[in-house]
Design a binder for this molecule. Structure first.
Ligand code: URA
Length: 232
């Protein structure tokens, strides 16, 4: 692999910036300064340093974003800010959000360039749990909770799959294993209510880091990556 690609994959900068960094003599391969951005190296074997700091090879990138309301989950450009644009400083190509959140929905959104993991997490057959904090126009009764848990008719071919729901101090917590279009909002409509605030708190075993303010993001830790898809 070319050293400029290795550095680009590790979000060191744009190809142009990387060329400058290499030519400035800041990169060493096995302790020897490398001045050629096209030099070939073997990831995992050669030791690459920048300013004497080792740069481990990262094939894929994983971020947790606290999506703010008003941003769109699609990767397409448009009038609204996309969630991918919020991570522009990372210089990671092909980042995609794992599943969609509505424009007015906040909370946990995973972004990655690992297509296999993305596919696994959104695949309907995997039934990955998604936990939402839901605030509603009207109080949610015990009978409503029972109906939401059993599955409700939201106008699709089949009712929603069994879910879990409980009232907490901050609102209703609803845990679903599907990802139908506007699912939570439509489930609440099915029990004659309306969602006024929606935030995703968890996906599989990955919980939103409470210290991230809306719009903030961070890389996943190795432990968090291992938790994904296994449920809490
Ligand atoms: N359900 C919804 O209705 N909206 C979301 O953004 C996510 C789940």
């Amino acid at each position: 692999m070319r050293i400029d690609k290795y550095l680009a994959d590790n979000s060191i900068g744009t190809r142009k910036e990387i060329k400058g960094i290499v030519k400035a003599g800041r990169i060493c391969v096995n302790g020897v300064t490398a001045f050629d951005p096209g030099m070939h190296i073997v990831p995992g074997k050669d030791i690459i340093t920048m300013d004497e700091r080792v740069i481990e090879y990262e094939r894929f990138h994983y971020y947790m974003l606290n999506k703010p309301a008003g941003t769109v989950s699609s990767t397409r450009e448009g009038a609204s800010v996309t969630v991918v644009e919020l991570l522009a400083d990372e210089n990671v190509k092909n980042l995609s959000p794992v599943g969609r959140l509505d424009k007015d929905t906040e909370g946990l959104l995973l972004l990655t360039d690992d297509g296999a993991l993305l596919h696994d997490l959104i695949s309907p057959s995997k039934h990955v749990e998604k936990e939402y904090l839901v605030q509603t126009e009207k109080p949610v009764s015990e009978a409503d909770i029972k109906r939401l848990e059993e599955g409700v008719d939201i106008g699709d071919d089949s009712p929603t799959l069994p879910a879990r729901a409980y009232e907490a101090e901050d609102g209703l917590h609803l845990i679903i294993t599907e990802g139908r279009f506007h699912q939570v909002k439509r489930m609440l409509e099915a029990v004659d209510n309306k969602v006024t605030f929606l935030k995703r708190l968890r996906m599989g075993g990955l919980c939103l880091d409470g210290s991230l303010k809306p719009g903030e993001y961070r890389r996943l830790t190795d432990e968090e990556l291992a938790l994904l898809g296994h449920g809490c």
